[in-house]
Design a protein around this ligand. Structure first.
Ligand SMILES: Nc1ncnc2c1ncn2[C@@H]1O[C@H](COP(=O)(O)OP(=O)(O)OP(=O)(O)O)[C@@H](O)[C@H]1O
Length: 688
């Protein structure tokens, strides 16, 4: 097939943009010839015959031009994003994309693959929209940014990894270009390739040259995400094993308040859970329920509302998933679904995409061999894919709020059949960042009344103000359960602090990593996304296999980073708040707070990425008095409650009169005073 700019998604988008930006004039071009040339290459102006020549779905007879163009650019972008030239990806793309559309266009897809050899530096020269030959080298040199030109904003991660102001940028050599194009950073097993410099990020979304060599700029176009996440893999090796301190869980005091509290269970076998679930539990090596499971399972099975707090890593996910699965299995109700909407019976909301994925994975594993279907809705992924899946019928939806609201507002999801509504990380979900979304979802006109559903909320931290907000969504006879101190740090984590200033932090980090010769699995938390890139690049240069996760990375990169860290391909994960809550990663021995967070809750969640399920872990936090003094009293309190040593430089911040918000069980119905400062901070929203 003849190679032509028309086949390149960036240009399809570009043309569309030109066309849309100015329908009746010269499209913003001062030179009419340029505009005519562009126009002729614009899909809008192609005849349908031409169009079908290169439309992968071969939509003969399609008359809705705009839709046609939109579909086409989406498909082409999918092609580029999904492909890395390997057969596997090709097959995946071919199967998933084309099966969805009921196409069997293998040969055509293969042609598309040939076309996007354009992605390789070896590609033959191409003609641009204005008829000039263009090679990938020239392309890189012309634009300074391949991915942006190409319209694939999804792939610009490497630019993010070059702090523009502080690093020298190498010329746009073929070499750096090739590494980028070939995703060398993954192939080499190193996310941040040492010594590699990538082209400086261009501010122009797309720069092209007309036949006179003048450059033109076209405004950025919002790209739809076309990422289709991989199917879950069952990997028993990655399941966390209970540690030596697991048995001590039973010694933790549990406080329950409310009326008609169902009796707690003592083992899974006396729990009344369906046999199929018991079988799945033993496949997952869950032999004994954790304290939160002992209390939450019967409460939720009995249809009660509850708000529960238990330390990080103590099995809260299964505590709500198991009773929901049980009730959906033992008291089934008809699944409502048609070609344009579905009615889930349980909704589980989580604040981050990766946590939503994890909850869905746990649910899928625990519901194996049952008829229960669980689906995932989260941002940064292709909506058409998720839509297609939920419209096959779904009992449980695990979602982040943004994507869910998108689907609800398009009436793809309604809540008339909802039986369970769960907020995981409830304090985060009800703080200023998400509370409007939750309100929007719970006040949807299809939402069943609180009397007709079970509403349950879980977190390791539940400030009193959040409990007050939560109360308005719960039935009046809701039950509160607190395992240990509400908001207390996990005692299996040894917490140490190092006094630093902003200039000595990096050396302190290196010294700390060197302490453990083979640099064990470590999460390094920082406050800013840019800082995450900087520290990750810095550690990579020092040969620590490092990756990063934060809200500016594209979703496939975020997921790849987590996979690389989970599978130990990468030893260090540099992360912002997006990884602070809920993530359950086996073998994390150390958490480093390179920057301390702004709230004590986030501190508790961050250090809870280690020391899970009775395993021991350690947390090392850098305390910079100039920056972190406001956190100090809360840190002292948290250290004391967790029976940890308080260093001298911190103990000076202890406040005698300090109202300790964590000193006893804070069910708001006991009228515990609210400490306003304690509630002031909210975590920054990065990405759903
Ligand atoms: N009864 C059990 N027996 C053995 N393992 C369990 C049991 N319950 C949960 N687990 C495992 O314990 C780990 C931690 O569970 P989970 O992620 O649900 O903790 P969590 O309390 O939600 O933590 P966080 O507060 O960080 O969100 C997981 O690997 C899970 O598979």
């Amino acid at each position: 097939m003849e190679e032509n700019w028309d086949n390149i998604p960036g240009v399809a988008v570009l043309n569309r943009e030109c066309e849309q930006s100015d329908k009746n004039t010269t499209g913003g071009y001062t030179n009419e010839n340029d505009w005519n040339s562009t126009k002729n290459n614009c899909p809008k102006y192609k005849t349908s015959e031409n169009y079908t020549d290169w439309d992968p779905t071969n939509n003969n007879g399609h008359t809705d031009d705009d839709k046609l163009i939109e579909d086409f650019s989406e498909k082409l972008t999918t092609t580029t994003n999904s492909f890395d030239g390997t057969n596997t990806d090709y097959d995946d793309w071919n199967n998933s994309k084309f099966d969805v559309d009921n196409q069997s266009s293998a040969s055509f897809s293969y042609e598309k693959k040939e076309q996007i050899n354009f992605d390789n530096t070896n590609s033959k020269s191409l003609n641009d929209s204005w008829g000039n030959p263009i090679s990938s080298d020239q392309y890189s040199a012309d634009t300074g940014n391949y991915s942006e030109f190409n319209g694939c904003t999804k792939q610009n991660s490497h630019n993010d990894y070059v702090p523009e102001d502080s690093w020298d940028i190498e010329a746009n050599t073929d070499n750096s270009y090739q590494k980028y194009q070939n995703n060398g950073y993954h192939e080499s097993g190193r996310d941040y390739q040492q010594g590699t410099r990538f082209p400086k990020k261009s501010n122009n979304y797309a720069n092209t040259r007309n036949d006179k060599g003048n450059s033109k700029s076209v405004k950025p176009v919002a790209q739809k995400s076309t990422y289709i996440p991989p199917e879950f893999e069952e990997n028993d090796d990655l399941t966390l094993e209970a540690g030596l301190n697991f048995e001590k869980y039973d010694k933790i005091e549990v406080t329950v308040s409310g009326t008609e509290v169902p009796k707690n269970i003592t083992s899974f076998h006396d729990s009344g859970l369906a046999q199929i679930l018991l079988n799945n539990l033993s496949k997952c090596h869950y032999t004994t329920p954790t304290p939160i499971q002992k209390y939450a399972i019967p409460i939720i099975m009995n249809g009660k509302d509850m708000i529960a707090s238990a330390q990080t890593g103590s099995g809260k996910t299964a505590a709500f998933v198991l009773p929901i699965l049980n009730n959906l299995i033992s008291e089934p109700s008809e699944l409502v679904v048609d070609y344009n909407h579905c009615e889930p019976q349980a909704l589980i909301l989580a604040p981050t995409r990766e946590l939503a994925i994890q909850i869905c994975e746990v649910t899928t594993r625990l519901s194996k061999n049952t008829s229960i279907k669980c689906e995932l809705l989260y941002g940064g992924t292709a909506t058409y894919h998720q839509k297609e899946r939920i419209l096959r019928g779904v009992h449980i939806i695990v979602a982040t709020p943004g994507r869910l609201i998108d689907f609800v507002s398009r009436r793809l999801i309604t809540f008339s059949s909802l039986r369970f509504f769960v907020l995981d990380e409830a304090d985060r979900m009800l703080d200023m960042g998400f509370s409007l979304d939750i309100e929007r979802i719970l006040s949807d006109n299809t939402m069943v009344s609180s009397a007709n559903r079970s509403t349950v909320m879980f977190s390791a931290t539940l400030p009193i103000l959040v409990q007050q907000i939560a109360k308005s969504y719960l039935k009046p006879d809701y039950i509160s359960v607190a395992v240990g101190e509400v908001g207390g740090a996990c005692k299996d984590v040894t917490q140490t602090f190092i006094e630093v200033n902003k200039f000595s932090k990096k050396n302190a980090l290196v010294a700390m990593l060197n302490e453990t010769n083979d640099c064990q699995e470590t999460i390094v938390f920082v406050e800013q996304k840019r800082q995450a890139d900087f520290i990750a690049a810095f550690l990579s240069e020092l040969n620590y296999p490092t990756t990063s996760i934060h809200g500016d990375r594209q979703q496939p990169e975020r997921e790849q980073a987590l996979r690389d860290f989970k599978t130990k391909k990468m030893k260090v994960l540099v992360a912002t708040a997006v990884a602070a809550r809920g993530l359950d990663i086996m073998g994390v021995t150390t958490v480093v707070n390179f920057d301390l967070p702004k709230t004590i809750e986030e501190y508790v969640h961050r250090i809870g990425r280690t020391g899970r399920l009775g395993n021991s872990g350690r947390a090392v936090s850098f305390f910079d008095p100039a920056n972190d003094y406001a956190m100090a009293p809360y840190l002292v309190n948290t250290l004391k409650l967790a029976e940890q040593k308080v260093p001298d430089f911190l103990s000076q911040y202890e406040v005698d009169e300090y109202e300790k918000p964590l000193s006893h069980f804070n069910d708001i119905r006991s009228n515990v005073p609210v400490l306003s400062e304690y509630l002031q901070g909210v975590e920054d929203i990065e990405e759903w």
